[in-house]
Write a protein that binds this ligand. Structure first.
Ligand code: APR
Length: 245
């Protein structure tokens, strides 16, 4: 492993455009469960509560679970070492772009500035009638569903439900950066969800070296990954940080 860490650090140092692509795995050590796998959220909850069609028919029921999953679980989570190392790599000019599938805002809380929120962000709520955006901090969620103070409309969390399109800017910026990248660091994603999983694949097709950090093998490991750093995000990125700085 140490040899692979040194090799990865060398490749990153010599590169011109390094990007990162992160999934739920990077936030596991912040206490946020992943979606899939043994302790995954989708083992405990029916994903239909995040299906857009079902949501429009069952606001109250969905908000009951949305509050439990995303505003009870997520609310107090803090960035871990892995988030902080990526933020430092950006600050030191080594990381040019970060595409995340996560809606937990932890990259931003760790200090990352260039974050493309491919699936939106749970810290914002949106009125689908007037388009007004709210910070989730404005609500205590004891009373649900939260409503717009302009028109009384039920607010929707500003993240992507199943069956909903990807935010246009995040989509375009993510693929534009993937085409520019000469290194893509994948952290903690199974690669099962599209179109997000096409981002590292696009970087690969554009000639980037793919470095994957995950304790398990994933949909990326065989066909896409060049270097698999098998381990937990915070441990591996701590070692990489020592090699880089
Ligand atoms: N460090 C690194 N990776 C980890 C860690 C850890 N400490 N713990 C678990 N993992 C890995 C798992 O091995 C798995 O490969 O993180 C991955 C989590 O996979 P998923 O739960 O499928 O998460 P993700 O790929 O981000 O899911 C994509 O699915 O439900 C939707 O919109 C949701 O953005 C999400 C999308």
């Amino acid at each position: 492993m140490d040899l692979l860490i040194r090799e990865s650090a060398e490749i990153i140092r010599e590169s011109k455009f390094v990007m990162a692509f992160t999934g739920a795995g990077i936030s596991v050590e912040s206490g946020i469960p992943p979606f899939r796998g043994e302790h995954g959220l989708w083992n405990k909850y029916n994903p239909e509560v995040l299906d857009l069609g079902f949501y429009f028919e069952n606001h109250e029921e969905c908000w009951f679970y949305i509050r439990e999953i995303f505003y009870d679980f997520f609310a107090d989570a803090k960035p871990n070492k892995a988030h902080k190392v990526l933020a430092r790599m950006e600050k030191e000019g080594l990381l040019k772009s970060l595409v995340t599938q996560n809606i937990d805002n932890l990259h931003q809380q760790a200090g990352s500035k260039i974050v493309h929120e491919f699936h939106g962000n749970s810290k914002r709520l949106k009125c689908l009638l007037c388009g007004k955006l709210f910070s989730s901090k404005e609500f205590d969620f004891k009373k649900i569903p939260p409503r717009c103070d302009e028109d009384g409309e039920i607010l929707k969390p500003d993240f992507i439900f199943f069956g909903e399109g990807i935010p246009r800017d995040a989509y375009e910026n993510s693929f534009a950066d993937a085409e520019k990248a000469d290194v893509c660091i994948i952290v903690g994603s199974t690669g099962e969800v599209t179109p997000a999983s096409f981002v590292p694949r696009t970087a690969k097709q554009s000639g980037a070296v793919i470095i994957e950090i995950n304790p398990e093998e994933t949909m990326f490991t065989g066909p896409v990954t060049d270097i698999h750093l098998k381990g937990k995000a915070s441990e591996v990125l701590s070692k990489l940080e020592k090699e880089l700085f």
